[in-house]
Design a protein. Structure first.
Length: 217
């Protein structure tokens, strides 16, 4: 069973691992990964500023990758460095468990991921193996930040603002709105090695990867 973010992370890692042809830097796109993904994440990074705590989770999501780009270059020893840029949009549900110094409340609402570009840097090694490609990740961020829109955010910020006034500043809402509108999604550590079978790559994807691998020898 794949980890929740595995399809998206596999795309990110495979793209970031692609070396340039002849120049110091190159850009390519794997069109076969421009599609809709489901169940990408669960728990999101919580907001904690004592005594305020907001735990976030997203039970359901649909995220569409409209296009992708990778800018990559070779480092010494065959190590590859680059970044993947994913043009995405999506929707889902979001839940929040709010604790304002002992006053607890639960919120649930729909969430929209407006059109945005996610940037994921990384270092990896890519090799051709029987039936596909193997990506060995050397370096990858622990989280990626996404922009969201939801009425839940306004409700929580208003609740915290009221608590801040009533407690004469004992409850602080500093940075709360930004934290809720740009939560961080964890990238699973299981993505350390990824196998990309030929069956999940179209002919153009495979040709591009083979061409770039040959140029890197």
């Amino acid at each position: 069973m794949r980890a929740p973010l595995s399809p998206l992370v596999a795309l990110a890692i495979s793209l970031a691992a692609v070396p340039p042809i002849a120049a110091a830097e190159a850009t390519i796109e794997l069109e076969g990964y421009n599609r809709t993904y489901e169940a990408l994440a669960g728990e999101l990074e919580p907001y904690v500023l004592d005594p305020v705590r907001v735990a976030l989770r997203s039970p359901t999501q649909m995220l569409t990758v409209r296009s992708n780009r990778v800018i990559a270059k070779n480092l010494t020893g065959g190590l590859l460095e680059g970044r993947v840029e994913l043009d995405v949009l999506g929707k889902g549900t979001i839940e929040a468990q709010v604790d304002l110094g002992g006053v607890r409340e639960t919120f649930r609402d729909e969430v929209i991921l407006p059109p945005q570009t996610l940037v994921i840097p990384g270092k990896a090694r890519l090799e051709r193996v029987e039936g596909g490609y193997r990506v060995r990740v050397v370096e990858l961020p622990e989280r990626v930040s996404v922009a969201i829109q939801s009425r839940l955010v306004t409700s929580i910020v208003n609740l915290c603002g009221t608590a801040e006034v009533l407690t004469l500043g004992a409850v602080s809402c500093e940075g709360l709105e930004r934290a809720l509108t740009r939560p961080s999604v964890p990238i699973p550590r299981e993505a350390g090695e990824v196998y990309l079978p030929d069956s999940e790559l179209d002919a153009g994807d495979r040709a591009a990867l083979d061409r770039l691998l040959a140029a890197a020898r």
